[in-house]
Design a binder for this molecule. Structure first.
Ligand SMILES: CC(C)(COP(=O)(O)OP(=O)(O)OC[C@H]1O[C@@H](n2cnc3c(N)ncnc32)[C@H](O)[C@@H]1OP(=O)(O)O)[C@@H](O)C(=O)NCCC(=O)NCCS
Length: 432
């Protein structure tokens, strides 16, 4: 899909709503002064401190790849600084079956404290969703600061994340010893060398991962001027043929007389790379503890250590939030684990996903219907539950038990679970 997202015009409905309240809603021009005012408003909205010149430059470069929209209040003391901000771009989202779907990616949602709770964010989100749908983008995605904001716009968590703490004195590696080699390399060797290819290969293995590059990729290695830039170490796994297949970025933290390794990101394009890199971390001398945040809620390493209680999940929460805009395109893009026909009655306050949809999971086709064909399983839910089950990480039976999905024919939930469930637990490894 080739759409020049930064130049897509502003949504007229939200622009008119905001104009009625004396506010101006525009796409931010790609000019240094306007972009800097936009970035200043974003940083202020997220309670960040002022940035260094290096950071400003990086953010400026990044912002040119995105569509930045801003609301300004001409009656404000400083009318050039937006009172509300939002950014978007299209990235490929991996869905079950190793395929990708274009996803309208949203970030930098902020409204100034002086203008909160007047419905401005509602107009920002409505504008993004209508714009994405009008361009034929089938889903929207975001990572969120609070879990209470986006449900009302039809989003739901579709991939969870976990924080792990591994006591390496207990864990003891019992998993495979791959035949390739782990090399200690410079950050630059991976950042400017094989890193992007590894990220791209790895993301297709897991539903919920997104294609990422530019600032989102480079900041993994620490940004110049930030303490992480000097602290991070990088190890790379090359397979037996010498091809780089994975890397880990980590830092060593000293706590009295012991050391902890904090994993910033571990990316593996093969199972061998995964095993070799975790083994490397678990067997580091002087180190007693390895911590890793923003990891999947299910890790193969749980089955690769002698004492399973040596690896503890210390946190688990929603991470990737998804919104289905085009039911047919979204469902037809993914694969299903078992055949079966399903009618999904979807309600949607914003209209995008509304209707009864017949899914033939055997052929992977979807059509809108007026009646339930004989033999089809029948379920009813809102756009939120459809988003929650989309990547195959949320049990439909659980949502029926929670009263969130209605099972309108016997056995529909169990049959749908068999079809929708992803064998690989959905996971997104970055914030955006
Ligand atoms: C979150 C934020 C963008 C909301 O902006 P806003 O203009 O005040 O939101 P709106 O007035 O449009 O609110 C729309 C609805 O969301 C609700 N809402 C807004 N912020 C909320 C929050 N933080 N928690 C729970 N509900 C919230 C409002 O009560 C309103 O509900 P209703 O429609 O049922 O009446 C703003 O508070 C903000 O900038 N927060 C700090 C930055 C941040 O966390 N951004 C989100 C990044 S993912």
């Amino acid at each position: 899909m080739t759409i020049e997202v930064p130049h897509v015009p502003i949504d007229p409905t939200s622009a008119a709503n905001l104009a009625n309240r004396g506010l101006r809603f525009d796409v931010v021009a790609a000019e240094p002064e306007a972009v800097e005012a936009f970035q200043y408003a974003v940083a202020r909205g997220f309670l960040d401190s002022r940035e260094s010149a290096d950071e400003k430059q990086l953010r400026y470069d990044r912002s040119l790849e995105r569509r930045n929209s801003a609301v300004r209040d001409e009656s404000n003391a400083d009318p050039l600084i937006p009172i509300a901000t939002i950014s978007s771009w299209i990235s490929d989202l991996t869905v079950p079956g190793g395929r990708s779907i274009p996803a309208w990616s949203i970030t930098s949602v902020s409204v100034a404290p002086t203008h909160r709770r007047r419905g401005i964010a509602r107009d920002l989100l409505g504008a993004e969703l209508r714009t994405a749908a009008s361009l034929g983008v089938p889903v929207a995605i975001l990572t969120v600061s609070e879990a209470t904001i986006y449900g009302r716009f039809g989003f739901a968590p579709s991939a969870m994340s976990a924080d792990w703490t591994i006591d390496t004195t207990r864990a003891k590696w019992t998993g495979p010893t791959p035949g390739g080699r782990v090399h200690l390399v410079s950050s630059e060797a991976v950042r400017d060398g094989s890193g992007r290819d590894i990220v791209e290969a790895a993301r297709l293995l897991t539903p919920g991962q997104v294609e990422y590059d530019g600032h989102l990729f480079e900041r993994q290695f620490g940004l110049p001027g930030k303490p992480e830039f000097d602290a991070y170490r990088v190890a790379r796994y090359d397979d037996e043929a010498g091809v780089p297949q994975g890397f880990v970025i980590y830092k060593n933290v000293r706590l009295s007389d012991t050391w902890t390794v904090e994993v910033q990101n571990l990316v593996a394009a093969t199972d061998d790379a995964y095993s070799a890199l975790w083994r490397y971390l678990f067997e580091l001398d002087l180190v007693r503890k390895v911590t890793a945040n923003l990891r999947p809620i299910v890790e193969p390493f749980q089955w690769q250590i002698q004492d399973a209680r040596g690896a503890r999940k210390t946190g688990e929460r929603d991470h990737l939030w998804t919104r289905i805009l085009d039911v047919k395109a979204a469902l037809e893009a993914r694969s299903f684990g078992a055949a079966g026909t399903f009618v999904l009655d979807i309600t949607d306050d914003l209209g995008f996903a509304e209707g009864s949809w017949l899914l033939d999971a055997g052929t992977g086709t979807v059509q809108k219907v007026d009646a339930v064909p004989v033999g089809a399983h029948h379920l009813a839910m809102s756009a939120n539950e459809l988003a929650a089950i989309y990547l195959g990480g949320t049990s439909i039976t659980t949502l029926v038990r929670a009263g969130r999905i209605r099972e309108l024919s016997d056995g529909a939930a169990a049959a749908a679970d068999a079809s929708f469930r992803s064998p690989v637990t959905p996971w997104l490894s970055i914030w955006f």
